[in-house]
Ligand binder design. Structure first.
Ligand code: SF4
Ligand code: SF4
Length: 85
C-alpha cells in the first residue's frame, strides 16, 4: 500500500489556501459534508501555513494526484511516497 506524504516548505508557504481549495478530495468532502475541518480534510491551512492531514485507516486520505503541487504559487509542496504493508 502507498501513503502519499505531503511536505510543505514553511519558509515558502504564505497560507494562501490555494492548495486547500484546489484539492479534488477536499472539494468532494466539502460538497458532501458542508465543511472542511481536521476530521475530514486532507490538507488545510492553520496559523497561516498549510499542513497535510493523514489519518490511519481513513478513506479518503491524499491520493497523490499532485493537483495541489501544480497549483501552489510558491512551489512549497512536495510529495513523498511511502510504501507500507
Ligand atoms: S498553495 Fe502553497 S503557498 Fe498557498 S497555502 Fe498551499 S502550500 Fe501554502
Ligand atoms: S496530492 Fe491531490 S489529493 Fe493529495 S492533497 Fe494534493 S490535491 Fe489533494
Amino acid at each position: 500500500m502507498q501513503i502519499f506524504k505531503l511536505k510543505i516548505n514553511k519558509n515558502l508557504c504564505t497560507g494562501c489556501n490555494v492548495c486547500v481549495v484546489s484539492c479534488p478530495i477536499n472539494f468532494n468532502l466539502l460538497k458532501e459534508m458542508g465543511q472542511l475541518d481536521e476530521e475530514n480534510a486532507v490538507i488545510l491551512v492553520k496559523n497561516g501555513i498549510a499542513f497535510p492531514i493523514y489519518i490511519e485507516n481513513r478513506n479518503p486520505n491524499c491520493d497523490g494526484c499532485g493537483v495541489c503541487i501544480e497549483c501552489c504559487p510558491q512551489s512549497a509542496i512536495q510529495i513523498e511516497v511511502l510504501e507500507v504493508k
